[in-house]
Design a protein around this ligand. Structure first.
Ligand code: ATP
Ligand code: MG
Length: 389
């Protein structure tokens, strides 16, 4: 008898010929995630198992596994050599404190000459003999005793099925550059693309001393949270002060944010390409603010020539985004009251439906912009954020 954690795969089940590749990547990510713990990963028949660990760290292992994308669900289980006559005896004295139960059997081992229902009936009957305080309730039991009889003469008994995020193993869908502000939306956007298997790098525009060092630290802290889902997270911090001052000096007030966003994505694309990223990712949601109308998005897109801009939150309401932000433990950090570079030099009435030709004319008013952009890129600071788990 041994404690193990059953790990079930998510969508990679569907991957046909490439399944092996996805499984290997998932295994690597699981091993990386659990590398700080003493345990082993075993693989058998479309599942992984965590084994050879101390029961005391089981909860930590499960919490860590919940953050590994590609896992459908996990269950802490007891592993035994298959022997139907012994199951009841083994579990009768270690059942959680309940009054009613049912037994559910899954039988992959077709050499056993009984149906799953017959086996469940037998085990249930045996338990009742040993524990007369308990009752069977097939429809609404307090406890479901799952018995999984596998092909290799091994059975697993478990009571709990912990749902995970599913998604795809990080690394199977290339790499994206996340435009990370200190707000609520962009960390959620990064989380959602990582969930689809993207490795994530971050870029942050910082306008020191107009924005504080605390504001920058807040973004690093958000990067730390993102890295707990996607492994290491290099953050490129771009000094943006001179460019913002130039925008302020040369552009019409209502177009300042529009032009700022044009330059942000332009710089982001250049850094993304230098890091072999295949996409930019933003936390934009249609119509949320003036810079996120269809017209504004059209203008922003016009400055990015070679990469797609992924906007995973485009159809989401703020309340939906906040729910995910809370779920991934980013919310408390996101709402710390430090200013973002979008909020300094903020025009009172930003244009809501900018015309591309006018936006381009405003952009072109900035003297020496190519040099300012080069200078910003040359002075990027790279913060290497590692997953602490
Ligand atoms: P968030 O909550 O992510 O800050 P927001 O609702 O405040 O978003 P905007 O300020 O318009 O929206 O920003 C839209 C998107 O642009 C952000 O989600 C983010 O991807 C990017 N962005 C904004 N400010 C910055 C910044 N200082 N550095 C990097 N990216 C930024
Ligand atoms: Mg913002």
């Amino acid at each position: 008898m041994e404690n193990v954690i059953i790990i079930r795969f998510g969508e990679i089940f569907l991957k046909g010929k490439n399944k092996k590749h996805f499984e290997n990547l998932l295994e690597k990510n699981i091993k990386n995630a659990l590398s700080v713990y003493e345990c082993e990963i075993e693989k058998s028949h479309n599942r992984f198992y965590v084994a050879k660990y101390d029961k005391d760290i089981e909860t930590n292992l499960i919490e860590t596994l919940k953050k590994v994308f590609g896992i459908h669900s996990v269950s802490p289980a007891i592993k035994i050599p298959t022997d139907i006559t012994k199951v009841a005896e083994l579990i009768a004295n270690s059942l959680p404190n309940v009054n009613t139960f049912r037994v559910t059997v899954k039988r992959a081992d077709k050499t056993i000459n009984m149906t799953s229902t017959e086996i469940a009936g037998q085990i249930g009957g045996d338990i009742l003999q040993l524990r007369q305080d308990l009752k069977v309730d097939l429809h609404n039991p307090e406890l479901v005793i799952n018995v999984d009889i596998r092909e290799n003469k091994t059975s697993y008994i478990y009571y709990e099925n912990v749902k995970c995020y599913e998604g795809m193993p990080v690394g199977c869908s290339g790499k994206g550059m996340l435009l990370l502000s200190g707000g609520i939306d962009s960390p959620v956007a990064g989380f959602r693309m990582a969930k689809r298997g993207m490795q994530i790098n971050g870029i942050h525009f910082h306008s020191y001393p107009f924005t504080s060092l605390q504001a920058k630290q807040k973004v690093i802290d958000l990067g730390q949270i993102i890295s707990s889902y996607c492994g290491h997270f290099p953050l490129f911090v771009v000094p943006f002060t001179k460019i913002q001052q130039a925008i302020h000096k040369y552009c019409k007030e209502d177009f300042m944010i529009t032009v700022m966003r044009m330059i942000m994505v332009e710089i982001s694309e250049r850094i993304a390409i230098s890091q072999n990223c295949g996409a930019l990712i933003t936390g934009e949601s249609l119509g949320q603010v003036a810079s996120q109308t269809l017209e504004s998005i059209t203008v922003t897109n016009s400055r990015v020539k070679n990469l797609p801009i992924l906007r995973p939150l485009i159809d989401m309401d703020k309340t939906e985004i906040i729910k995910i932000s809370k779920d991934i433990n980013a919310f408390e950090t996101s709402i710390l009251p430090y200013e973002d570079c979008c909020t300094v030099f903020l025009p009172k009435n930003p244009v809501i439906k900018p015309k591309l030709s006018v936006a381009e004319a405003e952009y072109n008013k900035i003297i020496d912009l190519p040099q300012l952009i080069d200078e910003a890129i040359n002075n990027v600071e790279v913060v290497k954020i590692k997953n602490k788990r």
